[in-house]
Design a protein around this ligand. Structure first.
Ligand code: DHB
Length: 391
């Protein structure tokens, strides 16, 4: 198969890139090892920056994000049992949208199908090769067992943190910047009405909790746990009691309980591959970096990478200039490191650690107070949370 851009990975990043390229008349093919329903049923974060929403609506993916999603104009930071609302509209004139990542995938996959995009799900044995040449290649076996070799001008690696693309970069050609955290999140989906109209990020002496939503009848919540936690060890009552403990306060705030139909442990790490490019392979999204979930930057960062990469590829086909392709890694990494800093900061400010001294615990209270009592502190958080403008 001859094409312009071979895209490895058909999650939101790969499908969005394919969508943008096709709209610009640039030929491309997407391969993905999972099937459509597996991705649809993989629950990830649920907050879209304004720029991510704009990317979906301005390019004709679908307006479902606006009709099914919910605009949120702020969040609560809660500590010592007291909620402090950050009003994003008032602080920075922006909002975010609560719309789950797996629905973004569904909308993008439907748009690719509608527009005749070439997306191959359930492929096996994929490899990328000749990356440093002018004809980088992808080999794969499709769902019917047929072997293919794709010859492209460039390859986009959008195959996530466990994918093949990053690993295809020789170890001596990349730096793996990595930190681990001594905790994880226990995430649930519950059949219950919303406990609050907006997200609550809670720091407590019992650890972090995040009260999020999905819709009128399904809610998403998380609490900090040990990375080795086994979700089957927890009864529904234990989960609810643990969540409630972490949001208890003098205002008597009480979670609305319901049956829990999904439980999972989310690992925490921060990772950046530098550069995000090797020859004619360009990494975007989780293939190039991972953020801890606090602040929901993962998908948004992936879409921002895709925008930078699309502009570079488009310039190449429009003018023959490789300038933006050569600048891709540096340009994308500027935002990546800002988002890494924000995710790391939110994570360390909101979670508790067993090895924390009384000094460190009190310092964090000082940090939280610095944010909520300062317009500038609140504005920094609001600006980063709602997302820096796309270049
Ligand atoms: C959700 C996840 C996050 O990591 C976050 O910061 C906010 C919301 C969610 O799944 O709703």
């Amino acid at each position: 198969i001859k094409t312009n851009v071979g895209i490895v990975g058909g999650g939101p990043a790969g499908l969005m890139l394919s969508h943008l390229l096709s709209r610009a008349g640039i030929d491309n093919i997407v391969i993905e090892k999972r099937d459509h329903d597996t991705i649809h049923n993989t629950h990830r974060a649920g907050i879209l920056e304004a720029g991510s929403v704009k990317m979906l609506t301005d390019t004709g993916v679908d307006g479902r994000v606006l009709t099914e999603g919910h605009r949120h104009d702020g969040i609560d930071l809660r500590f010592n049992g007291v909620s402090h609302r950050l009003d994003f509209q008032e602080l920075v004139g922006e909002s975010v949208w609560l719309y789950p990542q797996n629905e973004v995938f569904v909308d993008l996959a439907a748009a690719r199908k509608r527009d005749g995009g070439d997306v191959r799900f359930s492929v096996t044995d994929s490899e990328v090769l000749d990356l440093e040449t002018d004809v980088p290649k992808i080999r794969f076996i499709d769902a019917d067992g047929q072997r293919f070799e794709v010859h492209a001008d460039s390859i986009a690696g959008t195959d996530g943190s466990q994918g093949i693309c990053k690993r295809a970069i020789p170890a001596e050609e990349r730096t793996d910047n990595f930190i681990a955290y001594p905790f994880a999140w226990f995430g649930i989906l519950t059949q219950a009405p919303p406990s609050a109209p907006e997200l609550i990020y809670a720091n407590s002496e019992h650890g972090f909790a995040l009260i999020s939503q999905r819709n009128e009848s399904v809610q998403r919540m998380y609490f900090q746990c040990d990375p080795t936690e086994d979700v089957s060890d927890w009864t529904e009552d234990q989960i609810w009691n643990e969540l409630q403990k972490r949001v208890d306060g003098p205002d008597g705030f009480t979670l609305k309980r319901g049956p829990i139909f999904e439980k999972m442990v989310l690992p925490f790490r921060s990772y950046v591959c530098e550069p995000m490019r090797y020859g004619n392979l360009f990494l975007a999204g989780d293939a190039g970096h991972t953020v801890p979930p606090t602040g929901a930057k993962g998908l948004n960062l992936a879409l921002a990478d895709v925008k930078v990469l699309f502009d570079a590829i488009e310039m190449f086909y429009a003018t023959g200039s490789r300038d933006l392709l050569d600048g891709y890694s540096d340009n994308a990494l500027e935002r990546v490191w800002k988002a890494q800093n924000f995710s790391y900061w939110m994570t360390s400010m909101l979670h508790s650690r067993n090895d924390h001294s009384s000094f460190e615990r009190k310092r964090i209270q000082g940090e939280l107070n610095s944010v909520v009592t300062s317009r500038y502190g609140q504005q920094y958080l609001a600006e980063a949370y709602t997302g820096w403008p796309h270049g």
